[in-house]
Design a protein around this ligand. Sequence first.
Ligand code: PSV
Ligand code: MN
Length: 430
Amino acid sequence: MTDLPLSLDQIAAHNERHLLALEDDYASLGRLLERRGIAIESVKQRVADFSVALPTWGSGTGGTRFAKFPIPGEPTNIHEKLEDCAVVQQIVRTTPRVSPHFPWDITDDYDALREEAKALGLGFDAVNSNTFQDQPTQAHSYRHGSLTAADPAVRSQAVEHNLQCIEVGQALGSKAITVWIGDGSNFPGQQDFAASLDRYLASAEEIYRALPDDWRMLLEHKLYEPAFYSTVISDWGSSILAAQQLGAKAQCLVDLGHHAPTVNIEQIVARLHRFGKLGGFHFNDSKYGDDDLDSGSINPHQLFLVFNELIEAERRRPDDFHPAYMIDQSHNVTDPIESMLSSAEAITGAYSKALLVDREALHAAQDANDVMMAFQALRRAYRLDVSPILAMARMEAGGAIEPIEFYRETQWRERKAQERKAATGAAGIV
Ligand code: PSV
Ligand code: MN
């Protein structure tokens, strides 16, 4: 049984209005690519096979430490969040899974939730645990850490929460748990660096041991925030060391906003894959030290370079290439659905541009130390406007040619503003 939120007739009517122009643009890009020896249809097929998961928490307005400004009609529970994610998926067709966060998405029947998602055209990606906030019902506070806390009772509570997330994830059909902790310190001397890492490894080991055979544990590092002097799993070095110590099912998750501003993230991607530890991504963008702006809105070139390395990695060891792609953003000043539509397009666009790199020319130039031609191999692909490929793939999969324009035509948010209860303005997402 399906229960899709948007009318298929409305999508068809929208597409009919845009089809001629799209066919024209697609044919023109097809001719250009043909001159470069690239068949546009094969690129479109790769794009059609590509997907990125939506964060359930991204469907509501996020907010900052200072304030949250809810909009009328935004979702306030997991059922409404799923509905909004289903709207995104119906329009873009590249976001068939959602990544839930617990306890934010808590409900009493996860088998029913899985069915509900299925009827909306969605499945579940990695589950995310949350030991970076206190919940009213919990016995011990995470004020001084969770998996790395000095107090063993706090650590077991945090481990237990992760085990519950795995259990819930199994009911939902997830195959991975993403573990990010905010543990760290604000003062020199506050924390014993070595002991806190040891405690992290011991706690993570307990979670690792509970993983089902076909699951992965994705370790997410973050340079700082909420801790501002030191963070236990602060960088990809700490992350890969922990993943190596835990075992084959532990891999590293790269959140694009979790590095120092000048770090070469694409090189980190290549390194992690070289050692079999590239687990997945949280896509977003960042200008200063933030990790929550919309993907591709600030530095689309970096996103392209990340995908360029991903394609190199896949070509090098196709059997050992399974990164989980997820969006992780906080939508503070836009309608979250529009941000997710725009981000899905930016991510898929960066991927398709990377597909268009002439790899033979690139590798030949690299081997010949022809610096300029190596750079130009990337530049020629980056300069292309791939939107006709994305739109055609989207339309053929049943989505809308112009995502944001179509979303506004549906008046989804206005309709939901009549039906849904208002969200509160409490801040606090990290
Ligand atoms: C932390 O900043 C993070 O990137 C982690 O992935 C969290 O799970 C998510 O954001 C939501 O707070
Ligand atoms: Mn993240």
